[in-house]
Design a protein around this ligand. Structure first.
Ligand SMILES: *[C@@H]1O[C@H](CO)[C@@H](O)[C@H](O)[C@H]1NC(C)=O
Length: 348
């Protein structure tokens, strides 16, 4: 049976990334879109015969959520706005896929998850959180090779880009007002950093981060409140690693994720994975397709057909990512004092 779908939010990322994912999912049919203004609700997917809802039109969110032919929604809105819409859609009995992070902070995420588990999940309504970095082919391939490394000892995440117009390939997303003047904690550290925490955690397999020390700073005025993180992590198994993230660095070529074990290492970059085991090198090239959002939306739609949420999209998984960002920011604010995560154990 086809699942009727609506979009909540009509931004650039919906247009560029989610729409191709929806198109590639045969069991969902896009029927409607809601945005705060009719102008933006009208500007997305102009070639499709969608019903368009807005606060400044005759019919708004309420009317959209009352439609029985719509069973699911994708929510992609500015970070601090999302929780309200997630609650409204779930309460109306719609399945939800909402963009990362789970919520604006750990307290709000825990609250939402508890409410969802107690009130919504028992009715068979699902909530998934989109984190496309867990769908990057290089990250997934890297994780598949993990067992070959033996015991994990070290890891290193390096993410560098120069976040200025003309310098950054994804500048058009950064140019959006809610990103230029963020009302969410950490600004770009949360918004973009959380993707790289997701990849870092994914590449650690079943190991878990148990301690965080970090320095956080701003080298440019362009991005408030900060643009650069250097963090040190420890894991449950005794491994240790670093997380370097800078949105104003010339080192973009060096970006990637490295995991080192007793038998060798895995180095995953944007489009290539190098595996060095027992002195031999293997190189696997994996072109980047639509920032992996097509794979992510397809996985969501397929699971939805079975009434399930993919493991990679559980809200608890996204909470674990969010928590590490929040602790990095806290440690940074306290001159590197270590922080102990409470939400890294994601039950299977
Ligand atoms: C992390 O912070 C704690 C203090 O909270 C300190 O004792 C420890 O040495 C720090 N570790 C590193 C690696 O900086």
């Amino acid at each position: 049976m086809t699942i009727g779908l609506a979009l909540i939010g009509a931004g650039l990322f919906m247009q560029d990334a989610h729409l191709p994912g929806i198109e590639a999912s045969p069991n969902i049919e896009l029927k409607a879109v809601y945005s705060r203004s009719l102008k933006s609700a009208s500007a997305i997917a102009t070639e499709l015969p969608l019903s368009r809802y807005a606060d400044d039109a005759g019919e708004g969110l309420q009317q959209l959520l009352e439609r029985p032919d719509i069973q699911a929604v994708i929510i992609a809105l500015p970070i601090t706005k999302q929780a309200h819409y997630i609650r409204a859609a779930l309460a109306a009995g719609k399945h939800v896929l909402s963009e990362k992070p789970t919520a604006k902070d750990v307290a709000e995420a825990v609250d939402l998850i508890q409410w969802y588990k107690a009130e919504i999940a028992p009715k068979g309504i699902t909530w998934a959180v989109a984190e496309n970095w867990r769908y990057l082919d290089t990250v997934r391939y890297g994780r598949e090779q993990l067992d070959r490394l033996g015991k994990i000892r070290q890891f290193r995440t390096q993410v560098y880009f120069d976040c200025r117009p003309g310098k950054f390939k994804h500048w058009r997303y950064i140019a959006l007002p809610w990103r230029q003047k963020p009302d969410h904690q950490g600004g770009i550290i949360l918004d973009i950093g959380v993707h790289h925490i997701a990849a870092t955690r994914y590449l650690l397999g079943s190991d878990r981060i148990t301690r965080v020390n970090a320095s956080v700073t701003a080298f440019q005025d362009a991005l408030s409140p900060a643009d650069t993180v250097d963090a040190i992590f420890q894991t449950e198994s005794g491994a240790q690693g670093t997380f370097q993230f800078s949105a104003c660095s010339s080192l973009e070529q060096d970006s990637g994720y490295t995991v080192v074990g007793a038998n060798g290492d895995i180095r995953a970059k944007e489009e290539v994975v190098e595996v060095h085991v027992d002195g031999k090198e293997e190189v696997k090239e994996l072109p980047l397709v639509s920032m992996a959002v097509v794979s992510e939306v397809k996985a969501w739609a397929e699971a939805l057909g079975k009434g399930a949420v993919p493991l990679e999209q559980r809200p608890e998984e996204a909470l674990a990512d969010l928590e590490l960002i929040e602790l990095i920011l806290k440690s940074g604010a306290q001159n590197g004092v270590s922080q102990v995560p409470q939400h890294q154990k994601v039950d299977v």
